[in-house]
Design a protein around this ligand. Sequence first.
Ligand code: PLZ
Length: 464
Amino acid sequence: MTEHRRGGPSLPQERRLQTAIPGPRSQELLARRDAAVARGIAITLPVFVTRAGGGVLVDVDGNSLIDFGSGIAVVNVGNSAEHVVANVREQVGELTHTCFMITPYEGYVAVCEQLARLTPGDHEKRSALFNSGAEAVENAVKISRAATGRQAVVVFDHAYHGRTNLTLALTAKNMPYKHSFGPFAPEIYRMPMAYPFRWPTGPERCGEEAAAEVVTAIDKQLGAENVACLVIEPIQGEGGFVVPGEGFLPRLADYCRSHGIVFVADEVQTGFARTGAWFACEHEGVVPDLVATAKGIAGGLPLAAVTGRAELMDSVHVGGLGGTFGGNPVACAAALGAIRTIEEQGLVGAARRIGEVMLPRLRALQQRFPVVGDVRGRGAMVAVELVEPGTKTPDPAVTQQLAKACHADGLVVLTCGTYGNVLRFLPPLVMPDHLLDEGLAIVERAFAGVAEERAPGLAVEATA
Ligand code: PLZ
């Protein structure tokens, strides 16, 4: 294979638009997709990708797009990162599957050792490996119930935990996730989330007040002694990149500890350096009892894990956990490569620096454009929430307009939020500075364009 045909970090790190987005070859593939792929699988940006690496995706029409999505926070180390590719190539030539539950192999154990080392807390830990984030969260609930002998599960407004039946019950949003797919599992109780931008008394007291409401609701409505676990994303992902009001997570963790409730951190989206720490719980010094991970763990290969206190994990009877593919040897090899990449390239610090570049630029947009209600995030997990100017009324239409303008200009961005009004940015942590800058310039142009469309002539500079 000639060098220029390969993906990975050696791809030219440039934005290059050779056709409209999507181009003609992508359009042809879209027509094939319509005839073969189920309609329920939606597509954000319909360009078919052939190669990717560093901060770019290259499509079948030869366009090179800047990637502010990382395949939903998966390729934190960049696509086809060198150690990931090398480990996978070697492993795939040796053995592809035996099933760890039948005849084990070293890679699985090595990944569990790394998880014990990297996840918060220096207590004794055990891990079990699975295939997807949903499977990890679902198993965390199973383990919590087995360990406590209790049934109730506490979750939060705006939560997202997956698309299996149990995790849909944990997920908050009806459309598109839950609609028409019930009935859902019982014994799931939803509590208020400390959402600073939307907290009635304002962001300052949000964490404390929300935690007090949750504690009262558990005490009065459920009884702490009936609660197996509390499951929370330390920064919410699909629900809108909600960074909980300060103090919320530590207060809940304390409450759980004093009542024998298992504190489960769903770090599926926030984990593996994404937020400028190995795990987002670290920002407030919270040590979860169980951590669910997936996405960024294996540089793009499907792998997930539950890691936690040895006594909780080992309370499950022998044979009670597992799955045919869980901890597949190729995925484990990839994970070891991804972890090595994060450490060698200092990607925890890189994520922090990405946030330090993005947040001020986005806050400057907030000064210019009154549709920006809030700018928030940590590290390379940042977002803007869009509202009708002067109100907190969500504006999902402008959010779509902005996302489409970015796409047309060669920048992959995603949206999220309970109200569909959050534009989110998740660049690979290996994003080169010049592409980070160019991507932000595209976002700025998109805002200027939308403002001009809405109020021609008046344009932007509300405060300038
Ligand atoms: N927990 C916090 O973010 C996956 C979902 C995309 P799976 N988020 C992306 C979609 O529309 O399906 C996610 C998450 C958190 C759990 C999950 C589920 O992880 O690997 O998609 O099952």
